[in-house]
Design a binder for this molecule. Sequence first.
Ligand SMILES: Cc1c2[nH]c(c1CCC(=O)O)Cc1[nH]c(c(CCC(=O)O)c1C)Cc1[nH]c(c(CCC(=O)O)c1C)Cc1[nH]c(c(C)c1CCC(=O)O)C2
Length: 343
Amino acid sequence: MALKNDLLLKALRGETVERPPVWMMRQAGRYLPEFMELKKKYDFFTRCQTPELASEITVQPIRRYGMDAAILFSDILVIPQAMEIEVQMKPDFGPYLPDPIRSRKDLDRVVVPDVEDSLGYVMKAIRMTKEKLADEVPLLGFAGSPWTILCYCVQGQGSKSFDKAKEFCFTQPETAHALLQKITDTTIAYLKAKVRAGVDAVQVFDSWGGMLSPEDYEIFSWPYIQQIVDALKDETYVIVFGKGCWFALKTMSRSGAAALGVDWTCSAQNARYLSGGKITLQGNFDPSRLFSPPDEIRKMVTQMIRDFGKDRYIVNLGHGILPTVPLENAQAFIEAVKSYSEG
Ligand SMILES: Cc1c2[nH]c(c1CCC(=O)O)Cc1[nH]c(c(CCC(=O)O)c1C)Cc1[nH]c(c(CCC(=O)O)c1C)Cc1[nH]c(c(C)c1CCC(=O)O)C2
């Protein structure tokens, strides 16, 4: 079935549009009161694993704000969980993995699962969400990059430096690469299953790619993302978002990805320059700027569209929306894009 609003797909194909499409990273969950109600009743993984709940949370922001794309409510950490690494989500703390991977012996217990089996609940949530969306807007699927998933598997929790993850890579590179390959194989199978279940495009979140030097990025992160792009690009559109990875934009632009995400530390002009000027870019509003007054947000968004250009561009934040953003400010961000016109 053709989508009623296919602005996002047009931008991913590089077609000319009246105005750019808009969605917000981490738009599902986090800041909406209707989400908070569900959060009170059900713990995190129950929300992820119950297709009725996951699909409901996915469509909540679309109903409220009418973004041009929905992103499935889930988490990047369902992958290590499916690989039989225990993942807990502790309230007011975040992810906690009690048995992190630190040695070859630890690696041996990590499985490459049958994704339809272990992550079948995600595929169910996708099918249910597609029904609820009734072809209004496209649905995005996602996965973490292998490096970003390794960060959690080795560190065992969130971190400002992911020092233990880096130490593991630099002292036991063979084991690190073997882990990265297991994660990559699982992620490819997972994203292919998501495409079969009905997602219209996928985003790879390399949230911690910017923790690596440009040289180490080429060793521990990029080759595995490239494998994912190679495996998926003929089946769907792939968006690669690397937080803090402006230095890799040139490599990324030659990868076969349909679009590249950028954060606010890279200007539109520099991002266009580094990525060669032809590929669709996505970003890059500083999520903290959603605390500015709505009028200022509207002006900044209009300027951001002028800076990137309305074509080959997807309006987004430069990272996930913050949980305490006022609702009317998020609204101003979306409305500024929807009312954008040239001239
Ligand atoms: C690094 C990362 C994670 N998860 C994700 C990333 C990559 C994007 C990014 O860099 O922000 C991706 C993610 N996580 C979640 C989504 C769902 C869709 C969406 O929100 O748009 C997405 C796309 C739900 C979630 N994932 C999590 C929550 C909050 C916990 C809860 O609701 O109980 C939600 C709604 C928990 C989570 N999950 C993760 C962390 C660090 C945390 C705790 C801090 C936080 O709140 O973000 C890992």
